[in-house]
Design a protein around this ligand. Sequence first.
Ligand code: HEC
Length: 493
Amino acid sequence: MYILLQSETTLFLGRFHSLSVHLPIGFLLLAAILFLLSYSKRFRFLLNALPLTLFLGALSAIVSVILGFFLAEEGGYPSENLFWHRVMGIAVAVLSIGAVLLMLGYFRKSEKGLPFNSRLKIDRMERAILNQKSSFGMLIGAIVISVSITGHLGGGLTHGENYLYTYAPEFVQDLFLSTNYEQDSLAFPSDSDSTLIFEHIIGPTIRQKCANCHNADSPKGGLNVNSLEDLLAGGDSGPAIEKGSPESSELFGRVTLNPTSKKYMPPKGAGLSYGEITLLDFWIKNGMSPELAITDESIPEEIQSFLENTYGLSTKRKAHYEKIQVAKLPEEDLKKLREQGFKVSTLSDDNNFLDVVGGGNLTKENIQVLDLAREQITWLDLGGSGAEDSWLEIIGGFPNLTRLRLDNNEITDEGISMLAKLENLESINLYNTSVGDSSLIRLSEMKNLNRIYLWNSNISKQQIARIQDEYPGLMIDQGMLFEKIEKEISSKK
Ligand code: HEC
């Protein structure tokens, strides 16, 4: 039946409910005031206005109830609150009709045949009311109570249940405040590497803004937004989101329509913000992985700054040496490293990882000693130390190495090929070495490597362009800055 009732016209009229409800409230409360005043002899004449006031109250109550049914068709109201608002609203209409009928009864009992507005007739009606004053009083009292309850429940439906109490003293809030969907706020894990785009941001945002109408109890359009599975299952028009394709995702389409469109979602309340839509677009386009974390390298800068500014999150990955811990290198081993000409320091007082710098001219024998600290070395600087390819066989076995400087050495592709197992390597400096294109390909395939410094090596510009295209997250520094400075210097000469 409800479906039959629903049409553009009823939806249009329904919106007037919130306006029309003020009429019965006004008339019926006025009737109660007139009635109370009539207890004083001076104001007894006010009883004359009672029938008309009650009649207008009853009429407007009936109209409001009908419009209320239309408005409820729009959906989106918590069903329990709506039920009681509806029951009490109907009670108001019934009680006020009762009061009018009672009046008519008195009216009919008064002498027949007298003209409508005869003084005598009105006097008699007045007397009839006065005779029944206590039962009539109870009826008026019941009307006032049901009007107040209906109004309160109705206000809760439109403004949110807690509207009235938002600024109330705390003890009043404790008594009346309840939580609903809209008050869920986003909560994030303390570790940004495990903060997930869908689970911690998109999912809760959609629940916050859409679950009032799209939940398991009342899935408008057949859609429940509670979980990723529910979104994939979709509604009457199929899946709400489709991998790789925001354009053909019903949900994405609905939230990006012009807000004045009939199909725009949500039909009322705050829609998705520009940032939220950009994030959703990115996530759908990039395969909708539930595991995608906010620190993922594929996340563009625009979205990173949205996440940082809006939620106060950090999208920077934690470095390897911040995530795990190693045992302290024994003092005597440390001494041996220093004896072989290395400068050794720990990263910080509470971190046992080592920063090792090998200045001057070293030999392979010197390098061998580093194996004692293979677990601890995370930064290793062999720039200009006379390093050769064969040294890299040893270095290629350091499991926690994250930064390696090999600049200004005779290193070739053969040496680089021995670094493939360094799966935590994040940055490598190859300025002024003899590495070529095959090294760049190898390095670009290393999972965690995200910075390569390459100025003045044998790698071709074309190869760099190709790799840069394929791995946009990888920073390849070609020493542009130096080239520019050199050019400027030579042009000044
Ligand atoms: C006030 C209630 C309400 C809210 C809030 C609401 N919707 Fe809807 N939604 C509906 C109704 C009613 C329909 C069915 C009529 C239609 O398709 O327009 C619907 C239909 C849909 C559909 C189409 C389902 C299908 O398969 O046909 C999608 C998608 C949708 N909503 C997404 C959203 C999203 C996303 C949000 C939150 C940003 C949202 N809705 C918030 C009431 C609501």
